[in-house]
Design a protein around this ligand. Structure first.
Ligand code: TRP
Length: 329
């Protein structure tokens, strides 16, 4: 039987994951886990690029992120969970790749620019500027072919592809050029109408939120501000709640829009329906989460054994790369 192709993707360990992560990437991970050999990276080193002053937050988030991924249905018997800082090959490859990309190329990376502006960095650290290089090492230490990510990550996948081509051209290595895999919904709006759901924006519904908390967040969501009474005709095209129905309640979306425009359904009922749908999605996640939270040793074992396995794969690959680079005597 042919070997399965590999997928690698990951999350920074700077807090819990939310519905934006779910529709942007986690959902794809679950769908693909049977057909690909999947690696999920808890990116604790990348978390240091922005949170180096708060290592205890990063440390605590490793298990939050692992449980978030397990709760949506990733099967630990099929998927390898990896703690980035434990993988020596990532550190080594990062150094090799760093010779092959210019500082200006990194400075012009649009995602780096946006993030630097959001964090207010006018003089960013070497580590922050260079995290796309380290991300290329994340992806290639195990020769992953596909990377399920949101669209903000595309420039980084491009960096990885360029570095791989350069390595192969220069040293005759056999690294695979990874491809990004986008989901159909690459950007989920915040319920406050902000263009993006984000933990730093305070508008997120977390995978770990209780049903009550989801109900409350949806109740406070921004709708069509010009609509005062339920019988007024609504404007679903400018309403955040309607956008959520499209993503999380597709079967009823058209019907809800029609009834909203005709003044036949009010915002309160429409929100209640959305909250029901969201809780319907989240309930099975809550059940799995409860299991793992009661079995933390199992979670630790999943991360430790996955990291051991990843180290073995990475060390073997790095040995080959070093030989190709004439670094072995
Ligand atoms: N940069 C990614 C994010 O912010 C996280 C990440 C780290 C990642 N390493 C990766 C994603 C490797 C895909 C592949 O979401």
């Amino acid at each position: 039987m042919a070997e399965k192709k590999r997928i690698l993707t990951g999350d920074r360990t700077t807090g819990k994951l939310h519905l934006g992560h779910y529709v942007g990437s986690l959902q794809n991970r679950v769908r693909l886990q049977d057909d690909y050999e999947t690696f999920i990276l808890m990116a604790d080193i990348q978390a240091l690029t922005t949170h180096f002053e708060n290592p205890s937050l990063i440390n605590g988030s490793i298990y939050d992120v692992a449980i978030d991924n397990l709760s949506v249905g990733l099967d630990p018997n099929k998927v390898t969970f990896v703690q980035q800082s434990q993988i020596k090959a990532i550190a080594e490859l990062t150094v090799f790749y760093s010779m092959l990309i210019s500082v200006n190329t990194l400075r012009h990376n649009p995602t780096i620019k946006t993030e630097a502006a959001n964090y207010g960095y006018n003089d960013m650290t070497y580590g922050f500027l260079g995290y796309p290089v380290s991300q290329a090492a994340d992806i290639t230490f195990c020769n992953a072919e596909l990377v399920p990510v949101g669209e903000d990550q595309l420039p980084h996948i491009e960096v990885a592809r360029k570095l791989v081509r350069r390595m192969n051209d220069l040293y005759g290595t056999n690294l695979l050029e990874p491809k990004a895999m986008l989901s159909s919904c690459t950007r989920l709006m915040g319920l406050d109408g902000n263009s993006k759901m984000g933990k730093s924006l305070g508008n997120a519904i977390y995978l770990s939120d209780s049903a009550e908390s989801v109900n409350e967040k949806v109740r406070l969501a921004v709708t069509d501000a010009s609509r005062i009474r339920a019988k007024d005709p609504g404007h679903p095209d400018i309403c955040t709640v309607s956008k959520y129905h499209k993503v999380f309640n597709e079967e009823e979306y058209e019907d809800i829009c029609e009834r909203c425009k005709a003044g036949q359904v009010g915002c309160v009922a429409c929100k209640r329906r959305l909250a029901e749908k969201l809780n319907g999605l989240l309930d099975p996640f809550r059940e799995r989460r409860a299991y793992y939270e009661a079995h933390m040793n199992e979670v630790k074992e999943i991360v430790n054994s996955g990291s051991d396995r990843a180290n073995a794969i990475g060390n073997e690959n790095v040995d080959k790369i070093k030989a190709a680079m004439s670094l072995k005597i």
